[in-house]
Design a protein around this ligand. Structure first.
Ligand SMILES: NC(=O)c1ccc[n+]([C@@H]2O[C@H](COP(=O)([O-])OP(=O)(O)OC[C@H]3O[C@@H](n4cnc5c(N)ncnc54)[C@H](O)[C@@H]3O)[C@@H](O)[C@H]2O)c1
Length: 359
């Protein structure tokens, strides 16, 4: 094993706490530092999370023992913090979204390309076993060529009144749905040609952005995908809608499912049923025959690892950086997902199909 590295987490809110805890538990990490712009909040969060936290970013950036910076700050700060950290010679794992607009995403990508430093965006679902299973089935050719992918995600309201998420310049497409758009790109493995997206009037009237989206994507190989997101139907829960009271949510209007249809089979992933299934299609004398070929389930105690594996991602990135290995999700690939998100926003505001080549 290579020598352990020191790391710092910028932004010590809910997600920052998850990053700190994962780093503290990683065998690849020696010391974990924290940063919050306000000195008293830095001190308080440092105490609560059992880490040394500062409001002086330069102290961390000038510390040559710190090799990796995790960015879990509000979305507005992602581009600036990423650029500063990369230019200070650090490796960076930055939470999604990759900036609030294309200008910010390009700045992040450019800083990565100019410095040659490690940059990975926090698309943690690539590290979640439910989706890794589906991807493996696709890569093993078990459903033939994927041609149509649906994601439906219905959940309770989770962003609450007067928060930075509601005030943010970016919409929920980048903030939340970028994960699920990124997964569709991962599964379909073809460049995106164009996007047509719509939203209806809000049900959560105090939220400053659309709270529902229907996003249609056409891929260069002719495949298509749809993402339907609605927030309000599940019974209200003030915590993380993915992790808290999952068993209750399974039957109160929550859905988080993918259906991936291929030329020789299909896949379903279902968070609330804790299950992935695969169908095999074959040619019968009278009709196409479909049979369930494989079912995988997981236990409640493994929820996080199976569908929300931020800790696994943080630990893996520490291992990559300590071992001198490159990112597993190239920054250029996350930039493509960002473009699809922004094309969807543009499509909604201009009410037309937006080609990726326009961006
Ligand atoms: N991968 C996931 O599933 C997932 C889930 C939740 C949040 N996130 C991402 O994590 C990030 C944080 O979200 P959260 O839920 O923890 O929000 P939060 O409000 O709980 O925490 C945000 C923290 O950032 C701090 N902050 C504000 N300005 C800052 C700056 N300039 N520099 C450093 N810190 C600053 C705030 O004081 C606060 O402590 C967001 O980018 C969000 O998109 C990802």
């Amino acid at each position: 094993m290579n020598p352990r590295i020191d790391v710092a987490v910028l932004g010590l809110g809910g997600m920052g706490a998850t990053h700190v805890k994962a780093a503290q538990e990683s065998p690849w990490v020696r010391n974990v530092f924290g940063y919050e712009p306000d000195a008293s909040r830095a001190a308080q969060r440092g105490r609560e999370l059992g880490t040394v936290a500062t409001s002086n970013l330069d102290v961390l950036l000038n510390n040559s023992d710190i090799r990796l910076i995790y960015i879990a700050a509000i979305n507005e700060a992602h581009a600036e913090l990423t650029e500063k950290a990369l230019r200070a010679g650090k490796a960076v794992l930055c939470e999604k979204p990759m900036g609030l607009d294309l200008g910010q995403a390009r700045r992040m990508l450019k800083a990565h390309e100019q410095t040659g430093r490690f940059l990975q965006i926090g698309f943690e679902l690539h590290y979640s076993k439910l989706y890794m299973t589906a991807k493996q089935w696709i890569d093993d050719g078990l459903i033939g060529t994927p041609v149509n992918c649906h994601c439906r995600y219905y959940c309770s309201e989770f962003h609450m009144k007067d928060t930075w998420r509601s005030r943010s310049k970016g919409t929920l497409i980048g903030e939340k749905l970028s994960h699920y758009i990124d997964l569709q790109r991962w599964f379909m493995a073809s460049p995106v040609d164009n996007v047509y997206s719509m939203h209806a009037p809000n049900t959560v009237t105090y939220f400053n952005h659309p709270d529902n989206h229907q996003i249609n994507i056409r891929f260069a190989n002719g495949a298509i995908s749809t993402l339907n997101f609605v927030m309000c139907i599940g019974e209200t829960d003030a915590g993380d809608p993915l992790l808290d009271v999952l068993d209750k949510q399974a039957d109160d209007g929550h859905f988080l499912q993918y259906h991936i249809f291929g030329t020789h089979g299909a896949i379903e992933t279902d968070v609330f049923r804790r299950r992935a299934r695969r169908w095999r299609f074959s040619d019968g004398p009278k009709q196409l025959v479909s049979e369930i070929a494989e079912t995988v389930t997981f236990a409640r105690e493994d929820d996080q690892e199976w569908f929300h594996n931020v800790p696994g991602q943080c630990m893996r990135v520490a291992e990559l950086v300590a071992s001198g290995l490159p990112p597993e999700i190239p920054a250029g690939d996350s930039y493509e997902t960002t473009k699809v998100c922004l094309a969807a926003e543009q499509s909604e505001s201009e009410r037309r199909i937006v080609g990726l080549s326009e961006l």
